[in-house]
Each structure stands twice: as structure tokens, then as C-alpha cells.
Design a protein around this ligand. Structure first.
Ligand code: CP
Length: 331
């Protein structure tokens, strides 16, 4: 793997290899091994043109656990405000020794532009570009689903896909790079996906996507999904005219206390509720749902470190086999 730009580019074998390597990384972390020396001497640059809590910090934690050096760059407060271009910014950071550039950008396609240009030689990881893709989010979501699916089926998760799993992705699909990356990856892994949203928050052409589309969350929940992924309503990306009122949105498309109680009453005890974060509590998800035993929100955050360790390891180590980290671990 040279770059990680999109889940649409990943075939099933590649996706499972990343998830299995993340299992190895998680196993090491669960044994309280603090650091692996596998990326000693390598430098990872976090190049963030948009705000982030989870993605930036978990890439930093992942790189440090692999013993890489980390440089954090935020566009706010940098020479980007003086008009410096993406090319000049990236070349400046590579001149400081970057082996991998983890980029989040408001423009869809910025990571691909960096990866396909001759501006830099570093590996490029897409940490979210506009409304296009957020591949490591989808990988950590799939990792979380795979672990829960294996628990429900009483199997191990290593080497497995998500065949037969039913996943509902609910909310602001129009602006969501998370929804797009999840859809491509979940389909590759064999899951059935239903997108549920107000008509105004679905993209043009969605009827050609490989999924079912619904406007009715209650009907979708009655079908017994194994995972319900609530999307953040991205107020910062939308024109007020798109938006149903917050009250209507919450009533028709929010995972509220009534829907949580309905799921409990239906005996759907294994259905998990997911959210990539950050959450708008009280809008797309109620506090009771976010904090319920069904919620995997914090599992997703934890798994994000393992998945990003796997991605950086596979990109930078030059190793074509999954990690065997226990042999070299440092405590
Ligand atoms: N899920 C996600 O990308 O969160 P951040 O914006 O905090 O990185």
C-alpha cells in the first residue's frame, strides 16, 4: 500500500489485512505494551486544514506507539493564513523529514492531489476531505462492527468479513464523508447497508449507490439492523434552506429515547448504536442512547488508535505481512 486515500480503492483482501493488522496492534495495547519500535526513525506529519479531536490525536497516539516522530500542523495560526499553497506547505513539511503526511482538508480531492502530484514522496493518508471520504473512520467503524458481530456469532473476528450484517446509516448523508467511506467499505466486506435520511440531506444520484435508501427511520429499525450508525448533522456545511427544523429532524431522524425504548421492547438486544463523533446530543442522538450499553462510541475511539497504527505500519514499515509485534515490543 503506497497511500490510503479512499475505501473505494480497497479490495476485500486489503481491507481485511488492515483490520487483521489492527487486531494485532490492539492485542499489543491490551497487553499494556507501551511502544513498538517498528517505525523508529520515521516521521509522521499531521497536516490539518480543518478542526479535529479524535482523528488528529489518535494518529498522533498511533504514530508514537509505533515509535515514530510526530509533527502536528494546524492551518490555523500557520502561514496558510498568508496565502501559502498546499504544495508549498507540504514541501516545507517534507523538507523537515516527513515520511507520511496525514491530511485533513476542507476540499474534496486534496489528499489525492497531494498523492498523485510530484510535490512530495511521502505516503499520504486521507484523514477526511470535504464531503468525499474519511477512510480510517470507516476502517475503525468496520473493526468495531466486526468485533461485535463476532461476539454475537460466537466466532473470532480475525480474517472475517461482515457478510450478512445489516447496517443502517442515518442522517446527514449529503455532507458526510463518513457515510461514503462506510458505504464503500461495508459493501466490500459483504454487509447490507440502508441509508436513512430526509430527502433534502441525500445526494443527487444516491439511487445508483449500492444500498437501500429510506426516509423512514422507524421502518428501518423495525427491520432489525445489527448496527445503527448515526451521522452528525453538519450545520457548518449547510445552507439553512436544506435543513428540516431541528425539532422535526430530531423527531423523525434522531435516535431518541423513544426509539431506544422501542429497540429494547423489540428484544433486539444485540443491535449496536454507533456515532463517529463529535455528537450533537439532543439532535441526531439522545444522551440516553449515546450513553447506553448499546453505544459503541467510545469503543470506536479506542479502536481508532489500533486501526491507525495498522495503517501507518503497513504504509511505512515496508513489511508485506501483518505485524508480529510481541517479539520486538518495548515496555
Ligand atoms: N470522527 C471524526 O473524524 O472526529 P474528529 O473530527 O474529532 O476527528
Amino acid at each position: 500500500m503506497r497511500h490510503l486515500l479512499s475505501t473505494e480503492d480497497l479490495d476485500k483482501a486489503e481491507a481485511i489485512r488492515i483490520l487483521d493488522t489492527a487486531e494485532e496492534m490492539a492485542a499489543v495495547s491490551e497487553r499494556e505494551v507501551k511502544k513498538l519500535p517498528v517505525l523508529r526513525g520515521r516521521t509522521v506529519v499531521n497536516l490539518f486544514f480543518e478542526d479535529s479531536t479524535r482523528t488528529r490525536i489518535s494518529f498522533e497516539a498511533a504514530a508514537k506507539r509505533l515509535s515514530a516522530d510526530v509533527i502536528n500542523f494546524a492551518a490555523k495560526g500557520s502561514s496558510v493564513s498568508k496565502g501559502e499553497s498546499l504544495k508549498d506547505t507540504a514541501q516545507t513539511l517534507e523538507a523537515m523529514g516527513a515520511d507520511a503526511v496525514v491530511i485533513r482538508h476542507w476540499a474534496s480531492g486534496a489528499p489525492a492531489r497531494l498523492a498523485t502530484s510530484d510535490w512530495i514522496d511521502a505516503a499520504v493518508v486521507n484523514a477526511g476531505d470535504g464531503t468525499h471520504e474519511h477512510p480510517t473512520q470507516a476502517l475503525l467503524d468496520a473493526f468495531t462492527m466486526r468485533r461485535n458481530w463476532a461476539r454475537v456469532n460466537g466466532t473470532g473476528s480475525a480474517g472475517t468479513d461482515l457478510a450478512g450484517m445489516k447496517v443502517a446509516v442515518v442522517g446527514d448523508v449529503l455532507h458526510s464523508r463518513v457515510a461514503r467511506s462506510n458505504l464503500w467499505l461495508l459493501r466490500t466486506l459483504g454487509a447490507d447497508v440502508t441509508l436513512v435520511a430526509p430527502p433534502t440531506l441525500l445526494p443527487v444520484g444516491v439511487e445508483h449507490w449500492p444500498c437501500t435508501v429510506s426516509y423512514d427511520l422507524d421502518e428501518t429499525l423495525a427491520g432489525g439492523p445489527d448496527a445503527v450508525m448515526m451521522l452528525r448533522v453538519q450545520g457548518e456545511r449547510m445552507n439553512a434552506a436544506f435543513f428540516p427544523s431541528t425539532r422535526e429532524y430530531s423527531r423523525r431522524w434522531g435516535f431518541d429515547d423513544r426509539r431506544l425504548a422501542a429497540l429494547d421492547a423489540a428484544g433486539a438486544k444485540e443491535t449496536i448504536i454507533m456515532h463517529p463523533g463529535p455528537m450533537n446530543r439532543g439532535l441526531e442522538i439522545s444522551a440516553a442512547a449515546a450513553d447506553s450499553p448499546r453505544s459503541t462510541v467510545l469503543q470506536q475511539v479506542r479502536n481508532g488508535v489500533s486501526v491507525r497504527m495498522a495503517a501507518l505500519y503497513l504504509l511505512l514499515s515496508g513489511d508485506s505481512t501483518p505485524a508480529a509485534p510481541t517479539q520486538e515490543a518495548t515496555r
